[in-house]
Design a protein around this ligand. Structure first.
Ligand SMILES: Cc1cc2nc3c(=O)[nH]c(=O)nc-3n(C[C@H](O)[C@H](O)[C@H](O)COP(=O)(O)O)c2cc1C
Length: 171
């Protein structure tokens, strides 16, 4: 898929077909993440890949909006360091935002749907993923082929109008 088509095709996918996700495709999504730029190139991420159905079902309980984690053939847990200062937190979350988007666009390029989930119950995530004390689970990304419509460039989108968002020269 062209980059432009991948960007326009990505949408949150929360229902997945029974088609498995092969290792090479999943590795490409992970490799896209590994290549993401970050502040001072600190690369504040690790990925825990979860495919086991029972583990995913339990992981889906970390937040009420994480139910789709139980339905996806593969889930990538984005793990990050616990940082103290406000400035470090801001930089961390900017970097994590870029990371997640790069992985989602790389997935869309391969026809793979992805869904975000935030993590409210960090204790549960920590115990299920075996995380060290100095790390937390920032996001879960459900990955798999969409149930129903395959990914294709969206023609109607729920977004603010272009003319409202774009300001030229001054606000
Ligand atoms: C930081 C962030 C957190 C999100 N958390 C969740 C979540 O916990 N569960 C979920 O189902 N969707 C979650 N979403 C998905 C958004 O609701 C979705 O991206 C938005 O409604 C736009 O829809 P689209 O991704 O299909 O374009 C999250 C998105 C972002 C950027």
């Amino acid at each position: 898929m062209e980059t432009w088509d991948a960007i326009r095709s990505r949408r949150n996918v929360r229902e997945f077909s029974s088609q498995p996700l092969d290792e090479a495709t999943l590795d490409r999504i992970l490799e896209a993440g590994r290549r993401t730029p970050s502040s001072r190139n600190w690369q504040p991420w690790d990925f825990v890949v979860v495919t086991d159905q029972d583990q995913r079902s339990r992981l889906s309980k970390v937040w009420r909006g994480a139910w789709h984690v139980a339905k996806a053939p593969a889930v990538v847990a984005i793990v990050a360091p616990l940082v103290e200062s406000h400035q470090e937190k801001e930089i961390l979350h900017f970097d994590l935002g870029q990371l997640v988007m790069v992985m989602m666009v790389a997935a869309a390029d391969a026809g793979v749907g992805t869904g975000h989930a935030v993590v409210a119950d960090q204790d549960l995530a920590r115990s299920l993923l075996g995380l060290p004390e100095d790390r937390f689970c920032a996001y879960l990304i459900s990955c798999g082929y969409p149930d129903g419509d395959p990914l294709r460039p969206l023609t109607t989108i729920k977004r603010r109008p272009f003319r409202e968002v774009v300001h030229r020269g001054v606000w």
